[in-house]
Ligand binder design. Structure first.
Ligand code: UFG
Length: 327
């Protein structure tokens, strides 16, 4: 059985949809940002917080857990600047409790969700895993701290881990059964699509004075199902002994500016966006593009879906959300 923390969240719930095809899955989520209805019905679901020691004891003594996939975290860069305590508590303190429980109950395999945010403001165009981490906000620092703690646990307690550093996750399941739902929403693609769906007045572009071709920030958008598939490959390789204590970037390897993304959204939906130029958002690096060559070489994984496919799947999801919520 695989324990998936945060399995009701955006990325975790998409992973669970794939994982239940192969493994028994136990999802634990406190449902603060996750959604119960996103959890696949084949998984066992327990509402709870991994910072709760007695819950952890119960989980590891009740279920035959052979590996942990740890998605549960707070993940908004802006919020982390205003409320760092929440980020160190949820992303570091609670995760250490989870690692200690794994050590106590002799569960040695972990897939850990990290982020491109650990790189900070890199000086290279394409970022590979050898780029020195230099996070510039508490969210990125909390993820980097955990990466370092994992290294120490691996050498002291024989923990075996795979760290996956996500670039910008987006898109939805092809069936539109689940997708991206954050409250409040801060991410670019859902904001544009909600606007084009009549749920927002405008789209704000945060900064047009960056040193990029069109002055707006460049990101590497990766489909959430591609991310889920990378997790399955990583888990199989970790449990099969093919890899251990490895770090991989998950990205498409292509950069798109904010203006490019708006254009593709307009093309997919056939609607025109009402745009407002706004000041830069605090803590935004100009350009984050992954080199994902390492995971291709080691595990044969490569992102299958491009930006247009990402936005098409997200549009299908947002159109359905609008009908479901009867707005
Ligand atoms: N943006 C706008 N207008 C908006 C929203 C976003 O112009 O209304 C811009 C941002 O300034 C940024 C880009 O669109 O340049 C993407 O912003 P998102 O908020 O969608 O994503 P981020 O790049 O800020 O952050 C995401 C995840 C983080 C992760 C990071 C890693 O939310 O958890 O990717 O690259 F750390």
């Amino acid at each position: 059985m695989i324990l998936v923390t945060g399995g009701a969240g955006y990325i975790g719930s998409h992973l669970v949809k794939e994982l239940v095809k192969k493994e028994e899955v136990l999802v634990v989520d406190n449902l603060i940002t996750g959604h119960y209805e996103f959890v696949d019905e084949k998984a066992i679901f327990i509402k709870g917080d991994i910072g709760n020691q007695s819950l952890l004891n119960d989980l590891f003594t009740t279920y035959p857990i052979k590996a942990v996939m740890h998605f549960a975290a707070s993940s908004l860069v802006g919020e982390s600047v205003c409320d760092p305590s929440k980020y160190y508590e949820n992303n570091v303190t609670a995760t250490i409790k989870l690692l200690n429980a794994m050590t106590t109950y002799n569960v040695k395999s972990l897939i850990f969700s990290s982020s491109a945010a650990i790189y900070g403001i890199p000086s290279v165009y394409k970022i590979d895993e050898s780029v020195h981490p230099n996070p510039v906000n508490p969210y990125g620092r909390s993820k980097r701290m955990m990466e370092q703690i994992l290294e120490d646990y691996a050498s002291a307690y024989s923990l075996n881990y795979v760290i996956l550093r996500y670039f910008n996750a987006a898109g939805a399941l092809d069936t539109a059964k689940i997708g991206e739902r954050h409250e409040p929403e801060t991410h670019l693609i859902p904001i544009i699509l909600q606007h084009l769906n009549g749920l927002r007045e405008k789209v704000q572009i945060y900064g047009t004075d960056y040193e990029t071709n069109d002055g707006t920030c460049i990101r590497d958008y990766i489909h959430v199902v591609d991310i889920a598939n990378a997790h399955i490959l990583a888990l199989e390789a970790l449990l099969g002994g093919a890899i251990k204590n490895a770090i991989y970037n998950l990205g498409n390897g292509n950069g798109y500016s904010v203006k490019d993304v708006i254009e593709v959204c307009e093309k997919v939906t056939g609607k025109k966006a009402n745009i407002e130029i706004s000041p830069r958002r605090l803590g935004d690096p100009a350009c984050l593009i992954a080199s994902a060559e390492k995971i291709l070489l080691d595990l044969g994984w490569k992102a299958e879906r491009d930006l247009e496919q990402i936005i098409k799947s997200a549009w299908k999801w947002h159109s359905k959300e609008k009908i479901d919520s009867k707005i």
